[in-house]
Design a protein around this ligand. Structure first.
Ligand code: DX5
Ligand code: ZN
Length: 219
């Protein structure tokens, strides 16, 4: 088993996006991570549903949409219709996390709950039975290129324990500061998917970086 790799297009070349997507697809990535930022939940602004719609016919990668938006319910329908395979909503961004996850599943799209570094696993326990993926933010969201926060590893292990005890089969994804060392740490704690932005799209050799992430997580 190796970790699944989800390159983040936040770090790709926007004017050569199709090329950069094909590069990682050919290199063995399984997902494509698309960061949606509303300028409120996080300071930055990025990627609307039209990007997903444009990417959909160009790739077979699983389109993994990370909604960093206040009241994400406002955007779920549009991203689902645009062709997202997975939609993630932050626990911190809505008063109604359960309903937001139901809304995603109502479209036949995989539902993901996301927690910031300052949010504990206990708070999402009531919705773990209904999710396909849990995203543990390993940096504070909003920007690529930040340093992995090692204290998040304990939360990955805690989730993996609950998953085993309850017989759940959700994926555990990490996002932020992933490189070969931090991905190995997360994988050993139970992570099954690694988002990687700057590490993969360093403009030197994305394929080698993906191969390296696979290599360090080969059991
Ligand atoms: C951060 C985003 C990440 C970002 C990761 O808010 O959610 O997906 O692209 O970038 P790196 O891998 O460079 O930390
Ligand atoms: Zn992200």
């Amino acid at each position: 088993m190796t970790i699944k790799v989800a390159p983040s297009i936040l770090a790709a070349d926007y004017l050569n996006l199709e090329r950069d997507v094909h590069t990682v697809e050919e290199a063995g990535a399984e997902l494509l991570h698309i960061d949606v930022m509303d300028g409120l939940f996080v300071p930055s602004i990025a990627y609307g549903p039209n990007w997903v719609k444009a990417l959909r016919p160009k790739t077979n990668l699983v389109l993994d949409v990370h909604l960093m938006a206040v009241d994400p319910e406002r955007y779920i329908d549009e991203f689902a219709e645009a062709g997202a395979d997975i939609i993630g909503v932050h626990y911190e961004a809505t008063n109604h996390i359960h309903r937001a996850l139901q809304q995603i599943k109502g479209h036949g799209v995989k539902a993901e709950v996301v927690i910031n570094p300052g949010t504990s696993v206990a708070l999402i326990e009531p919705v773990l039975h209904m999710v396909d993926q849990v995203l543990v933010m390993t940096v504070n969201p909003g920007f690529g290129g930040q340093k992995f926060l090692p204290e998040t590893v304990a939360k990955i292990a805690e989730l993996a324990k609950i998953k085993a005890e309850k017989g759940y089969d959700f994926d555990i994804e990490i996002d932020g500061g992933a490189n070969d060392e931090t991905t190995k740490l997360a994988y050993d704690a139970g992570a099954t998917v690694a988002v990687a932005g700057s590490y993969v799209y360093d403009k030197v050799d994305p394929a080698a970086k993906i191969a390296r992430l696979k290599e360090v997580t080969t059991d």
